[in-house]
Write a protein that binds this ligand. Structure first.
Ligand code: NI
Length: 208
């Protein structure tokens, strides 16, 4: 049997990247059109920020084989659209029973989670916080601090990502906004439509 070779990568906390990654993508504010509640603030900021990166992901994918693992680093820059903190697009795993872990390297923020039925959880993440994202939860990262949020993550290589689940429901049920005292609070997303029993059933049936 020919074994795979060990892999080694380094977390560059300052740059917020995994050095030795096999893939890399960036999202600018323009890529995140429609995610924020305040469209006027979004357009103004989009003009001001031009094509600056809001978040990026560098990851190491040894293979896509079931049982294998993907590990990487995500960096979210600090900032707000109106009162709403910068966030990642978010997803549920296409094989929805696959979990994930996030480890805080620097900065502070939240993992915002939503069950298929629309229950919300917000987990605060700071340096040396390890967050377990259980199977079947939609998840996105939010930077609630004034510095960049850098996290290491790992998840099963056959998890996949379904981004449409958030879009179809009109976003996640809650938004993370400035509480006016330097912190954050959750508010209802007025555009949230939720999902039908049939759609929820489809999530639970999607596990391999
Ligand atoms: Ni994930």
């Amino acid at each position: 049997m020919t074994l795979m070779e060990p892999g080694v990568c380094r977390v560059d906390v300052v740059r917020g990247q995994l050095v030795g990654a096999t893939s890399h993508y960036v999202k600018t504010l323009a890529d995140l059109e429609g995610l924020y509640e305040d469209a006027v603030a979004f357009d103004a900021l989009k003009g001001a920020m031009s094509d600056e990166v809001v978040y990026e992901v560098t990851d190491y994918k040894p293979s896509a084989n079931p049982g294998d693992m993907i590990m990487g680093v995500t960096r979210v820059r600090p900032g707000k659209v109106g009162r709403e903190y910068f966030l990642t697009r978010g997803h549920i795993h296409a094989n929805a029973n696959r979990p994930e872990m996030y480890y805080g390297e620097s900065g502070c923020g939240l993992m915002l989670l939503e069950s298929p039925e629309g229950e919300i959880r917000a987990v605060e993440i700071g340096p040396r916080t390890l967050c377990y994202v259980p199977p079947y939860w939609i998840h996105r990262s939010v930077n609630t601090g004034s510095a960049q949020l850098v996290m290491t993550f790992a998840y099963p290589a056959d998890a996949g990502q379904d981004y449409a689940i958030i879009e179809e429901a009109g976003g996640m049920k809650s938004r993370v906004v400035d509480d006016g005292k330097g912190g954050w609070m959750l508010v209802d997303n007025a555009g949230y439509r939720g999902r039908s029993a049939r759609r929820v059933e489809r999530v639970y049936a999607s596990a391999l």
